[in-house]
Design a binder for this molecule. Structure first.
Ligand code: ZN
Length: 496
């Protein structure tokens, strides 16, 4: 038995101004054949699960191509044509196949195709014909479309955020496809799309409301004959018709049972829709709460400047608010190569007065003038062998400077945009975040594995920016209407 494994994985922030062109994929995000094996075999990514399926189920899995890049803007027509062209060419030339395994993200948008994942599934289906099973494993942030379900045999979604189970889910997907080929099961899929958006600040699966949603998925999965059950949180920064939550069930042979299970999960979520609305405090409220906390460090998540979500990494909103309120003892990073150069020119030990941060665009606060002493100058490289969100190990912030301001803030100024996903980012420049009163982490979920163990409390902060939790900040042209909570009176009638 011979299966092809391939994918184009992208989470497209259609509000980002940085296009996902071919070059972005080529820079480290494009692997073919043996490169796919080398890059993914020992990782926890979707592709790793597909590769593992070979040994696990005694089949041949042929990796063709895997293309991915960070969550930036819309995929250019050129990049789509070249990558999808190569995917189809590989399938055509190296076939025939008993099955196909697709490692997609599920929230990809190109200039031509608002539903890239559905388009890829449709083209693969057209190429291999109706009798070859196609499995697709996707991210929990997928905006799942009808086309994705129509053109695949079984689609499986991650069940954790932060994403710790892509490999497991991919293996589950591959197992369904292998068993289908062997004639052991006959997958019947159903998708339910209530008009519901879950705010990014409510998406952590370790606590409510998502804990309950995942519980429902597991309950649906326990029903007799169920092969898979999923809840996709959706990706709200993509202006597409499918944007929002979706519920997916795959049953062995019984379309009606799949439909009933998907609908049950959707209805359960819809009943508690008010819990999915963002209710995060303003920077001022969050800082006052942090300053009044009996012990530190209180970690403030700068949601609007979520570096992993495609943001500028130089938001000064929380810093400026702290200075205005007279709150001291803040630690945070700022992307500011200009300020780094000025500090390097002044030298270690020098006192400088300069404007920091807020320089990329007009969306993440203004440059803030501070006076302080240059404590450390470093090359900005650091390494973290422990699991980080996304599984990366080596980091490079470029030339990095630690500036201690006269009002007791510690600013780590960097020349490259690096997410706050590892404490080593701080240790490498001699800063001990656990000794600080207030730490700003730019992100929503990804800083958790690093910062939760040292935080006395974590507060998600409603800051402005391209990844803000305040969705009224964006103009949506293509989303469904009505959609809760944009239209609070939205109603939901399950499909029949
Ligand atoms: Zn995701």
């Amino acid at each position: 038995m011979r299966l092809a494994a391939l994918g184009l994985s992208h989470e497209t922030n259609t509000f980002s101004r940085v296009p996902a062109d071919f070059e972005q994929f080529a820079q480290g995000g494009l692997a073919r054949g043996d490169e796919v094996v080398r890059e993914y075999r020992d990782s926890n990514a979707t592709m790793a699960g597909f590769l593992e399926a070979a040994d696990r189920f005694g089949v041949e899995v042929v990796p063709l191509i895997m293309a991915r890049t960070g969550p930036i803007g819309t995929i250019t027509k050129d990049a789509f044509d070249r990558i999808v062209g190569e995917m189809l060419e590989g399938l055509r030339e190296r076939g025939p196949w008993d099955g196909v395994l697709l490692a997609q993200h599920g929230a990809a948008v190109s200039e031509e195709h608002p539903d890239v994942d559905g388009e890829v599934a449709a083209r693969v289906r057209a190429l291999v014909g109706p009798d070859v099973p196609i499995g697709m494993a996707i991210d929990m942030h997928a905006n799942v479309s009808r086309a994705m379900i129509e053109h695949t045999t079984a689609t499986v979604v991650y069940r954790t955020n932060p994403h710790l189970d892509p490999r497991q889910r991919a293996l589950e997907c591959a197992e369904i496809i292998v068993r289908t080929i062997r004639g052991e099961v006959r997958p019947a899929q159903a998708l339910e799309m209530p008009p519901l958006v879950i705010n990014i600040v409510k998406q952590f699966t370790g606590e409510e409301p998502m804990l309950g949603v995942v519980g429902d998925v597991e309950a649906a999965l326990a029903r007799p004959g169920m092969l898979s059950a999923s809840a996709a949180e959706g990706y709200p920064y993509a202006d597409v018709a499918e944007m929002g939550m979706s519920f997916l069930a795959v049953h062995d042979g019984d379309q009606r049972a799949a439909r009933t299970a998907a609908r049950w999960m959707a209805e359960r979520a819809w009943e508690r829709r008010e819990q999915f609305v963002g209710d995060t405090p303003s920077p001022e409220e969050a800082l006052k709460r942090a300053a009044a906390a009996p012990s530190g460090p209180v970690v403030l998540m700068d949601v609007g400047d979520n570096i992993g979500g495609g943001s500028s990494a130089d938001s000064t909103v929380i810093l400026e608010t702290a200075m205005r309120l007279g709150i001291r003892g803040l630690l945070q990073t700022l992307f500011d190569p200009q300020a780094v150069l000025a500090c390097v020119a002044a030298g270690v030990g020098a006192e400088v007065t300069l404007a920091v941060g807020g320089k990329t665009d007009g969306l993440h606060g203004r440059p803030v003038t501070v006076t302080g002493r240059v404590r450390v100058i470093s090359d900005g490289k650091f390494e973290d062998p422990t699991p980080t969100h996304g599984g990366f190990r080596f980091f490079d912030g470029g030339t990095t400077v630690v500036l201690e301001t006269t009002d007791d803030h510690t600013l780590v100024l960097e020349s490259r945009r690096v997410g706050n996903v590892s404490l080593e980012q701080m240790y490498a420049v001699g800063v001990r975040p656990e000794r600080k009163r207030i730490v700003v982490a730019k992100g929503v979920i990804s800083p958790r594995p690093a910062y939760a163990p040292i935080a006395s409390e974590i507060i998600l902060v409603n800051t402005p920016g391209v990844t803000t939790s305040d969705l009224s900040f964006f103009t949506f042209n293509r989303r469904r209407r009505p959609l809760y909570p944009f239209e609070p009176a939205a109603t939901y009638a399950p499909s029949s």
